[in-house]
Design a protein around this ligand. Structure first.
Ligand code: ARG
Length: 463
């Protein structure tokens, strides 16, 4: 019987079913590059510390680099039936260079090896996702720049509330995605520590140099406790949470885009590029892209909850349960990248129907709060009294079949004799939007200020 290279005391052939359950190569082959990079750094350190010879290092380095090329070109396929990517690379390297390859695993375990590979993958993808987020923020800012005067009914409870402008609404999303960016970057910073050299759980008696491998692999520093490090998957949970939160933001926007493309709203028109038809109804144009983005959010949330559940009962240190960490993360990362790219393209190419947005602002008495504010300022009324009086005026407008912004001075004076002529300006929808000049408010001036703040931030983080 041929022994599995990582099963020294197992004397009979593994059950086929065990292999099916146990083998992670079918999915962790995704980590081939990180695995080879980790082995290169580890071997270099082993040689520098005099643990392996420089001749062996030369063979190992050449062999690993060749292997990397062969995998990348498709010459070597990672479907060998090895248990995992670590064993596959070790076996392939041994076939290539012989005994030197068997020294690479000195002072290392698959426990710190997988923790290193996976952490490198997750850290890189924190950066990659953060980069893609910035492109989306840029699109929101561009859309905002063109729409600082575009009136839009601001809603609460999905009911018309107060007039805002479309740019302001887009900047709300820019602000959400800014937080997402910051979340990915802070996860990157927090988790930027090297597991390599932790070995199985307790460190190693070999005179290794963990600072060197940390530096070589681009980590800030080595981790401080090996027992924690080999069993820690917080970095994976963090990227899953960051993705879930970001996808939740994408989903909320998608919901609005779907609603806004209905015949009832018609606030936007999605490009035909981002819509599909129906197999039976020839007239249909369906918003499948935002629907799928909304749907994918369920999927990434599942991945987050799955890993939280895997981790919750694990004693220290490494347990094989942890092997379940990868597929969900790979899936969420791919889903998130594609979602961000599609989202950007969709918002860049959708048409904003300004007239429909403005028309909708004349429904729902959006300037009612302004009338109450007018009474507080000009008639010295307590806000609560003004609020109730405006409630009556709203009812009166409904009886007249008008929006409050369409009442004439005569109609208003008939309800309350204390109004001066300028009250009509206060009821004007655009004036109402522009009156909200407090910091962070919706007036065109304040919206432009937010565009400046966010653009400056963007320039700064893009570096
Ligand atoms: N394939 C394993 C994983 O993904 C690698 C670590 C295996 N370690 C072990 N002691 N069996 O977690």
């Amino acid at each position: 019987m041929k022994k599995n290279i990582a099963s020294a005391r197992i004397n009979i052939e593994s059950s086929k079913l065990l292999k099916e359950l146990n083998d992670s190569l079918p999915f962790d082959k995704e980590l081939y590059k990180e695995d080879i990079t980790g082995s290169l750094a580890h071997s270099k350190m082993l040689a520098a510390q005099g643990i392996i010879s420089s001749e062996d290092l030369e063979l190992i380095t050449k062999g690993l680099n060749e292997l990397l090329e062969e995998i990348e070109s498709g010459k070597v396929k990672l479907n060998s039936g090895d248990e995992d990517i670590h064993m596959a690379i070790e076996r392939l390297l041994t076939a290539k260079i012989g005994d030197a390859a068997k020294r690479v695993h000195t002072a290392r375990s698959r426990n710190d090896q997988v923790a290193t590979d996976f952490r490198l993958y997750v850290l890189n993808n924190n950066l990659e996702l953060a980069r893609l987020i910035l492109k989306v923020v840029e699109s929101f800012i561009n859309l905002a720049k063109e729409n600082t005067d575009t009136l839009l009914p601001g809603m609460t409870h999905l009911q018309h509330a107060q007039p805002i402008n479309f740019a302001y609404h887009m900047l709300a999303y820019a602000s959400m995605f800014k937080r997402d960016y910051e979340r990915f970057m802070s996860s990157y910073d927090r988790n930027n520590i090297s597991p390599l050299g932790c070995a199985a759980l307790a460190g190693t008696p070999h005179p290794i140099n963990r600072e060197q491998t940390a530096q070589e692999l681009g980590f800030r520093e080595p981790s401080i406790n090996c027992l924690d490090t080999v069993s820690d998957r917080d970095f994976a949970l963090e990227i899953l949470f960051n993705i879930s939160t970001m996808m939740m933001h994408i989903s909320r926007l998608s919901e609005e885009l779907i609603l806004w493309s209905t015949s009832e709203f018609k606030f936007i028109t999605l490009s035909d590029k981002h819509a599909t038809g129906s197999s039976i109804m020839p007239q249909k144009k369906n918003p499948d892209i935002p629907e799928l983005l909304r749907g994918k959010t369920g999927r990434v949330n599942g991945n987050l909850v799955a890993l939280l559940t895997v981790m919750k009962g694990l004693p220290l240190a490494y347990n094989k349960d942890t092997q379940e960490d990868k597929e969900g993360v790979f899936d969420s990362v791919k889903t998130a990248k594609l979602s961000l790219m599609v989202l950007k393209e969709m918002i860049d190419e959708m048409k904003v129907n300004k007239e429909n947005m403005e028309k909708a602002c004349r429904v729902g008495h959006l300037s009612a709060t302004d009338l109450a504010d007018y009474m507080v300022k000009n008639l010295n009324m307590p806000f609560r009294d003004a609020y109730h009086l405006v409630g009556n005026i709203v009812n009166k407008s409904e009886e007249l079949g008008k929006d409050i912004s369409e009442l004439t001075y005569e109609e208003l004076s008939a309800i309350d004799g204390r109004f001066a002529q300028d009250v009509i300006d206060v009821l004007n929808i655009r004036n109402s939007m522009n009156a909200r000049e407090s910091f962070g408010g919706t007036s065109t001036v304040k919206t432009k200020e937010q565009i400046d703040i966010l653009s400056n931030w963007l320039e700064q983080v893009k570096g």
